[in-house]
Design a protein around this ligand. Sequence first.
Ligand code: VGL
Ligand code: ZN
Length: 208
Amino acid sequence: MKALLLIDLQIDFCPGGALEVQEGDQVIPIANALMEKFDLVVATQDWHPANHGSFAANHPWRKPGQVIDLHGLQQVLWPIHCVQGSFGANFHPTLNQAGITKVFVKGTDPTIDSYSGFFDNGHRKATGLGDYLKEQGVTAVFVMGLATDYCVKFTALDALELGFATSLIEDASRGVNLKDGDVDQAVREMKEKGVSIIQSDELLSSNS
Ligand code: VGL
Ligand code: ZN
């Protein structure tokens, strides 16, 4: 059984949002089309408390893009984004939410960030996504969304580690590219570790 994992298709990661990803909104119609091809569709939602340690604004004099030590882990600082209950934390308004079976939130602990949909960045706590997929009999996951070089990448790598056959739907994902080439590097790293890199039409053109 295969599952589609929709990563952080939220307003704040789309153009005009607080942590906008270039062309982030362009993957929404692809997500809507892909849903039809899957038995199980699961979404993640970045869902931070206002005092989250990944927000530059919560550290005196710090600016987005700087890196700090946050309780022992390297942390890139971000603009305030995806605050629980805020407008920008909502899924993109054109995303077909009725097609999503279950949503897993992440980044709720103010002391640690969580890029992966499975674990926090220290691999200390699980979100429940891994157990859920296994209970549903899922053996293969197809990962897409925002952002390729952060949450999509770490979700795909954790999925591999948990034993799922893992594919990145490359054209259905967009990245931050804090540094030029970050997205290319992320795709290369996923591929090297064993993630299959595919395009959405490979799934959309099949009859199954
Ligand atoms: C993300 C940075 C901070 C993501 C979330 O969804 O890729 N990136 N929070
Ligand atoms: Zn975040």
